[in-house]
Design a protein around this ligand. Structure first.
Ligand code: GTP
Ligand code: MG
Ligand code: ZN
Length: 377
């Protein structure tokens, strides 16, 4: 299909969906009503990862910053609280929540049309005239360069989960769904790559013996990561978590059902985010949280609640770069005999030596090997 034809079809669809989608977005952000939009169905596939990498190297729009000259006197700076398809909810500097479309040229300039505006973006909005008490509206005229981001691969393209974040709270549960320690490492690599500090949160402490979890927690605190054990049922660890989130911008990520929304409700009860028990975690399309939404914290800072991810496929991490996202490998890599050492089978490998002398945890090393091999869990 030619790109022109595809474009037309997209426009046609979006015109027809205009009203419903706008209303949905506002309703969700203001009252957290559930909406039935499938994020994945809104994703468009165009181009190849290789191409965007190339353009990134050329400094095309690295970090998502789409700068162009706009009349700033007509605009207000704002923060994107949520984004869905063609529409974004932006809180502008004057405190007003505006439903915004995106200036077409920004879509044209962007490298894949999908991450033009994402939750957490800092944008410049031109307010639009609206009649009487209608919902305020605007047009996003500029997207400022992004700093910390959390991304994944979805349908062969990058999906930027959130932008301009300082830290990522990586939530797993001790049970229900079952604990997957390897998923923690996968998320940590993703956070490292996005320039975001990873915090490990092991939730549902009430469903396990705390002593059994100590080695897992110790594995991360021995590195430079912060780790917290929590239970929204007993309240264990919630005060500590509240402290870790205060004054920072944090994206909360992890599998569906681990308790991300429940944790945010526990940290700040006024948030009243919807939560739900799901009987079969492997079932598709049962996410309680449907899209990434940013909420202010009373303690200062922001949290971004996100829909659960079943499998986090890393974005733009080449095998030879993977070692860089395991911070504890760094001191040992220079000791490898071969500059292109993969630390798997080579002789005179500094990393393997560190593993056998216990300086690098075996579990973390196994995670590295699994990621290197492209395993999905
Ligand atoms: N036993 C126990 N259950 C919990 C805890 N925290 C959350 N739950 C339950 O786990 C289920 C899922 O919680 P949610 O907060 O909806 O999970 P989520 O991670 O936001 O899920 P998605 O929005 O689908 O990604 C609910 O039934 C919660 O009551 C906990 O600490 N202990
Ligand atoms: Mg949720
Ligand atoms: Zn090596």
């Amino acid at each position: 299909m030619s790109s022109n034809r595809r474009k037309k079809r997209v426009e046609f669809r979006s015109n027809r969906q205009k009203r419903a989608r706008r209303n949905d977005l506002t309703r969700q952000v203001h009252s957290e009503a559930e909406v039935a939009e499938d994020l994945v169905s809104g994703e468009r596939v165009s181009g190849k990862g290789e191409l965007s990498r190339h353009r990134t190297v050329l400094g095309d729009d690295e970090g998502g910053g789409l700068r162009r000259d706009v009349d700033e006197s007509l605009c207000l700076p704002g923060r994107v609280l949520s984004s869905a398809g063609q529409y974004s909810l932006v809180q502008t500097e004057d405190g007003v929540f505006r439903e915004c479309t995106v200036r077409r040229v920004l879509r044209t300039l962007s490298r894949d049309g999908r991450n033009v505006v994402v939750t957490g973006d800092r944008v410049l909005v031109r307010p639009q005239e609206v009649a009487g008490d209608a919902t305020p509206q605007g047009v996003v005229e500029r997207v400022e360069p992004r700093t910390g981001t959390l991304s994944r691969t979805s349908q062969h393209r990058e999906h930027v989960i959130a932008a301009n974040i300082e830290q990522a709270l990586i939530v797993v549960s001790t049970d229900d769904p079952p604990l997957k320690p390897r998923l923690i490492d996968r998320f940590l690599v993703s956070a490292e790559r996005g320039g975001v500090a990873g915090i490990v949160c092991i939730n549902k402490a009430d469903l396990a013996d705390r002593l059994d979890l100590q080695p897992l927690i110790g594995r991360y605190t021995a590195l430079e990561y912060r780790a917290v054990l929590t239970s929204t049922v007993t309240g264990f660890g919630i005060a500590h978590l509240r402290q870790l989130l205060a004054g920072r911008t944090t994206v909360v990520s992890g599998q569906s059902g681990v308790g991300k929304s429940s944790l945010l409700n526990a940290v700040q009860p006024g948030l009243s985010l919807p939560t739900a028990a799901v009987s079969n975690w492997t079932q598709k399309g049962r996410h309680t949280t449907r899209r990434a939404v940013m909420h202010p914290l009373l303690s200062g800072g922001w949290v971004i609640d996100t829909p659960g991810i079943r499998q986090l496929e890393l974005w733009d991490v080449r095998p030879e770069e993977l070692e860089a996202w395991f911070p504890e490998f760094r001191p040992f890599v220079p000791r490898c005999r071969f500059p292109d050492c993969t630390h798997t089978h080579e002789g005179d490998c500094g990393v393997l030596a560190a593993v056998s002398s216990g300086l690098i945890s075996l579990e973390r090393y196994h995670s590295y090997c699994r990621l290197l091999a492209g395993d999905m869990d």
